[in-house]
Design a protein around this ligand. Structure first.
Ligand code: PLP
Ligand code: ZN
Length: 394
């Protein structure tokens, strides 16, 4: 398969693959040239590498059998909002988030480029996933986290998989700016979503949705933090159309927390770039980002698809998290629940039609953030070890 790196702003093409952004400062995108499609959208054997003919790597992939996540039909939530609702549960990936789809491609690319170390800034899941794939590949992994602002389960994963984890006394946006400098100085391979190869893996969410549903949904709703995933999924749908595998496209709906809402504000004001939010704050730590690096790509995805962005409060997020867990049996972390909270917001705004199909992406697993669960549900009741005491509280 032939492909090239192209700047989304000035169109300049790069032969080299170890670049992250254009000399003009623009984001790069992998352009897949015409190629033979060797898979069928038959709903069978879903996984990231089923679609390998559209993934830009030249060696045997470093894989932990990522992708193939369940797509659940959610009748109770569907009835409430008045349409057909599916949830694609990305928490079912090996490290418990969709980041694995990107990392299998990104870490394979690191090996291809002869790198011996990978690095990222992270709100948590990127570091957990990168550490896992670096372990599989035998690479060193360096992680910069905003100290005290990362969910416990995610830090635990990064540590146990052997990454060097450094907390910085600042926010994610600062950590990302720092890791970009460190990578340039030390020759580490940067695996944040500014890396265009990582996003190539994440576009397989679109492929799998169509593969499993057998048709293109009307809307795809997902939380937006650094804004890579919404851009990647939109690219995935556009490629399916370009290769003649589908003939319509969904609207892309980005959901942000009220305290970290630069994309929402840009869409509301019909702007094609964001104003950074300086001190982003939300319980949904995975989307606690004020200056999304992929904002320009994400805004294009929203405008091209005739989608929109909505913002939700932390209370909306916690309620959605509880409802998804207790009414549909799907356990997700707060950021993921933002997709359901966002769907409810759309319904409230009258932006849902009765006969449409909406797919919400739940990006990460419930166990990622046990502290959020205790805050939302409280601790279990404790009683004396007797039948009477137990019956009293049943
Ligand atoms: C990374 C992440 C997001 C945000 O994805 P972006 O591509 O940065 O917009 C949302 N939810 C979870 C659980 C994540 O790990
Ligand atoms: Zn450029």
């Amino acid at each position: 398969m032939e492909y090239s790196l192209v700047c989304i702003e000035c169109g300049r093409e790069y032969e080299r693959e170890d670049v992250y952004t254009c000399e003009c400062g623009g984001l790069l995108e992998v352009r897949i040239d015409d190629t033979e499609i060797d898979f069928r959208l038959d709903g069978k054997e879903l996984r990231v590498w089923k679609y390998g003919c559209l993934l830009p790597v030249k060696i045997e992939p470093i894989s932990l059998k990522e992708g193939g996540t369940p797509l659940y039909e959610c009748d109770r939530i569907g009835k409430e909002v008045g349409c057909k609702v599916f949830v694609k549960h990305e928490g079912a990936n090996p490290s418990g988030s969709f980041k694995d789809r990107g990392m299998t491609v990104g870490v394979t690319k690191a090996i291809e480029l002869g790198k011996s170390a990978v690095a990222c800034a992270s709100t948590g899941n990127t570091s957990a996933s990168m550490a896992m794939y670096a372990a599989k590949a035998g690479l060193m992994a360096y992680v910069l986290l905003p100290a005290g602002k990362v969910a416990l389960g995610k830090v635990a994963q990064a540590l146990m998989h052997g990454a060097k984890v450094i907390g910085i006394k600042g926010n994610f946006d600062q950590a990302l700016a720092l890791v970009r400098q460190i990578c340039a100085m030390q020759g580490f391979y940067l695996l944040n979503s500014v890396n265009p190869f990582r996003l190539e893996g994440q576009k397989t969410i679109a492929y799998e949705i169509v593969d499993e549903l057998g048709f293109v949904p009307d809307k795809v709703v997902l939380p937006v933090g650094n804004a890579g995933n919404i851009s990647a999924i939109w690219k995935g749908f556009k490629e399916l159309k370009r290769f003649g595998l589908i003939d319509s496209l969904p609207k892309m709906i980005g959901v942000q927390a009220e305290g970290a809402n630069p994309i929402y504000k840009a869409v509301k004001e019909k702007k094609d770039d964001i104003e950074p939010v300086l001190n982003p704050e939300t319980i949904a730590t995975a989307i606690r980002i004020g200056q999304p690096v992929n904002a320009r790509k994400a805004l294009r995805a929203i405008y091209e698809s005739k989608g929109t962005a909505v913002q939700v409060s932390d209370e909306d997020i916690t309620k959605a998290q509880k409802d998804l867990a207790s009414k549909e049996g799907i356990g997700v972390e707060p950021a993921s629940a933002a997709s359901i909270a966002g769907l409810r917001k759309l319904a409230e705004n009258g932006e849902i039609e009765r006969d449409e199909t909406v797919v919400c992406i739940t990006t990460g697993h419930l166990l990622k953030d046990p502290e959020a669960v205790l805050r939302a549900c409280g601790k279990p009741i404790e009683v004396e070890p007797s039948v009477e005491a137990i019956l009293k509280v049943l």
